[in-house]
Write a protein that binds this ligand. Sequence first.
Ligand code: SF4
Ligand code: SF4
Length: 180
Amino acid sequence: MKRVLFLTVLSLLALMSYAQDNKITDEILANGRFLELSSKLSKSEENWLVETDTLNINVLLAPESFLKKSKIVINEKTEYALTGYLYKDNFLLFTLKDGKNNFILRDENGNPQWDETVNSANYRVIPDKCIGCRICINKCPVNAITLVNNKAVIDTEKCIKCGICDSVCPVDAIKKPGEK
Ligand code: SF4
Ligand code: SF4
């Protein structure tokens, strides 16, 4: 009996620590952190959102062409297991799991599973060059840039193609649309 009680308490503690680990706090929003979440996704205009009790978080998915090729169709009624990097109000999705499939959008370093040079209509970051200085993040007028594992990532849905990030980057890590 004592052993059962002990194991129950242990399981409860493990569950509590899991919940705490994955709770979205102001500290996580401000500094960024890799998180696992279980949630439905909802569409608002062009953006997909994770809705919590107090926040709407913008989900950075993948280009439409990649979603189509990988047969990823988001259903607002499905509860997904999500992993990704949360920073400010952006959740950069790494993996998306429903009852049947586990889709990998980005590897553990945040590198996309699609060739970004193909989608050359957008500004993009060359991860190997980026030194994570955050200058572009602070200058972007529409909050379209997130730092993931110390590398800048541009949300092409939010980007208005003003070119400011490209002009301020001290190491030429940002490429213009069409630039190789
Ligand atoms: S081009 Fe402008 S809007 Fe787009 S990411 Fe760079 S600074 Fe932000
Ligand atoms: S300004 Fe350049 S080096 Fe600095 S975070 Fe942005 S892309 Fe990276």
